[in-house]
Structure formats: C-alpha cells, structure tokens
Design a protein around this ligand. Structure first.
Ligand code: MRU
Length: 361
C-alpha cells in the first residue's frame, strides 16, 4: 500500500511503479499464488491481492478486485488452475467451474474460458491436471495479448483515417474501462489509442466517469496517464453535449457480450452514448475479441444483465446522496442495438454491421 498524505504526492508515488499487466503468477514454483492488481483501490493505492485458492479467485471476481470481460475470463482460468492444484478430481473441476461461473453473469468471456478449460482438462490424468491447467491459463493470457494487438491494429486504421481527413488530433470518446486493466495487455478500446501513440498519431481521449463505480474516472484515467496519453474526464451526462457540439470524432466502447445479431451488452450508459452518437453523425464502434461474441444469444434480449447492490448508487464515498429510505436500481450493463453500431473492431478484423461471420464461427 502506498499510503500518502496529499493528492499531489499520490500522483508522483503512483508513477514510480509501472505495472504492465493486471494478473500474473507470483513466481515459477508449482505452488505460486496468483497476484492481481486490486482495481477497487486505484487510482489512490496501487496494491495487489494474492489468490491461493479458487475461492479467492471467485471472491476476487465477485468483489471486482478484477473486472472487465477479457480479464474475468483469464482470471477464471487461473482459478481453475488453483483448484486443480488442491484437488484434481472431476468433481473438484466441476465445482470450481460452477463456483466461478456464478460470480458475474453478463461477460460471456467467463463462460468461454471455463468451457475451454474443461475441454483442455478432459482426458488429462489427475497427476498432470494442475500443470496443464496452469498452462491453459497462461495460454489464455497470451492469446488475449495477441487479440488486443489485432484489435488495436484494426482500430489504428480508423484513427489514422480520421487524422488524415481532419489534420487534427483524433478525439475519441470512451466509457468505462476497456484498457489493459480489463484485459492482459493493451486492452480492447485503448489498444488503438496506444498503437496510435506509438505511431506518433495525435490522439486525445474523452473519458466518461462511469457511475456508479467510476471505472472511467478511476481506471481509464490512471491507465492513460501511465501511458502518457492526453485525456480529459467528463461526467457521464456531458457526452451528449460533446457529441452534439462536434468535439468527438469517434466513440469506441468495449463489450461484455455481443449477440448473434450484433446487439452489444456493455457498461450501463453505453446505449445512451450510441444514441447521441447516431444523432450527431459520429461513428460508434465496439471493440471486442471473438471470445466476447455469443452465437447462442440471438439478440440482446437474451443477454443476462447483472444487477448490483443499490448501495453503489445510494452512497458516494460511504455517504448517502439520497434521503433515507430511497430505493435504487443498479443495472451494471445495458444493450446497444446493432442498428446503432457502425463497426466492430475485433481480433478478426474491422467488421461491418451484419457481417459478423468471422467471429460467430
Ligand atoms: O463491470 P465491469 O467493470 O466489469 O464492466 C466492464 C465493461 O463494461 C467493459 O467495457 C467491458 O468488459 C469490456 S473490457 C475490455
């Protein structure tokens, strides 16, 4: 814990240590713990949590030490590896999968990773399962890195085209956090931004705060500051104003699940940004790997939307913001209909609406 006294010293202390990934094994030993950045405490404290059991992993996902669809999937695979180390039996595998699957309902990457972990471990002898499960978790992490890079390359072309057309720094609006904190490296939405930066293309990111958990305010700003990317924080409701007044070139958001018809589940508030973007004639793009597409969901209505504790809405920094007795509803995600999505930046290319075959296979 980097306990500090003033906001100014916090900023400088945080920049002293540069994390590059949100999850890793503590060391190479067979009984190593899984270490994750505790995302609940950013940006004020850069602390980590150690997981030694699958129960730790499940609690870490549920309590949002880690969050973001791709990272939830990668984390779950690490949880399976921890379970296999303790007890490699089929019963233990199934109970680990059930425990992890029940943590958060919307991000399909979780089920995707668990289904693939089960497939990889089926037919493997009990005494080899712990090793294989760890290799599987590592492979998922590396695959995610490669996916994010490909998403970044697809998005970089879009940003380059905008810059060549306008001759100005590209103005990107995003919501929530879909950077490397939500993945393993680079991120989905932020991958094009980081690659643009590497390529010397000027980019500025408008970051919406993302009530009630403020993933934009606390995580995306932190990431962008670490990466030296110019950015400005706005309240969620300012996005409409920015879009209407021509201050945004492209909206890019992530996804927790994309249905077969292209409807997108993402952090609550995404839909309103898509509506405002369409009204303003600004392209709205969704960035996500193939593992976020769910061919078994025909449309957005089939996607389960997580509803979280009302206290996340009713309390700010532990203090009530509404009269006692006020009830709140707290949907964590919403659905943006496919008709509002202008393109999908995926690890299988920049796909046009209605042409999602490469990611639905
Ligand atoms: O509730 P969270 O923080 O897990 O929600 C995260 C999002 O909505 C992200 O936009 C999405 O998972 C994509 S992350 C690359």
């Amino acid at each position: 814990v980097w306990a500090t006294s003033s906001p100014a010293s916090r900023v400088s202390r945080l920049s002293e240590r540069r994390f590059t990934r949100p999850i890793w094994w503590e060391d190479d030993s067979p009984d190593a713990a899984v270490v994750v950045i505790d995302q609940r405490r950013l940006p004020h404290e850069a602390t980590t949590c150690r997981w030694t059991t699958v129960q730790d992993t499940a609690e870490g996902i549920r309590s949002m030490q880690v969050r973001g669809a791709p990272l939830i999937g990668v984390a779950a695979a690490h949880g399976v590896a921890l379970a296999m180390r303790g007890d490699p039996s089929d019963a233990s595998l199934e109970s680990a999968i059930a425990l992890l699957a029940a943590t958060r309902p919307t991000a399909i990457n979780l089920r995707w990773a668990l289904d693939r972990s089960r497939m990889a471990l089926t037919g493997i002898r009990d005494d080899a399962r712990a090793d294989v499960a760890r290799q599987v978790a590592d492979a998922f992490a590396e695959d995610d890195v490669a996916s994010c890079r490909r998403i970044g390359e697809a998005g970089l072309e879009v940003l380059r085209e905008i810059h060549e057309r306008t001759g100005r720094p590209v103005q990107v609006l995003t919501h929530c956090n879909a950077g490397w904190l939500a993945c393993v490296e680079l991120g989905t939405v932020l991958a094009p931004v980081y690659l643009a930066r590497e390529a010397g293309l000027p980019v500025h990111v408008w970051v919406s705060e993302t009530r009630p958990r403020n993933q934009g305010a606390s995580l995306t700003t932190w990431e962008l500051a670490q990466g030296g990317v110019p950015h400005t924080l706005i309240v969620d409701n300012a996005a409409g104003h920015l879009l209407r007044t021509g201050q945004v070139d492209v909206v890019i958001t992530g996804a927790d699940r994309i249905a077969a018809n292209g409807d997108v589940a993402n952090k609550v508030g995404t839909y309103l940004k898509a509506v405002a973007a369409r009204d303003a004639g600004v392209p709205f793009l969704t960035a996500a790997p193939a593992s976020t597409f769910d061919p078994s969901c025909p449309d957005g209505d089939a996607i389960p939307i997580e509803e979280r504790d009302e206290d996340e809405v009713l309390l700010v920094n532990g203090s009530p913001i509404a009269p006692e007795g006020t009830r709140a509803r707290n949907w964590a995600f919403d659905i943006t209909p496919a008709r509002l999505v202008d393109g999908y930046l995926t690890d299988r290319g920049h796909l046009a609406p209605g042409h999602l075959e490469p990611v639905l296979r």
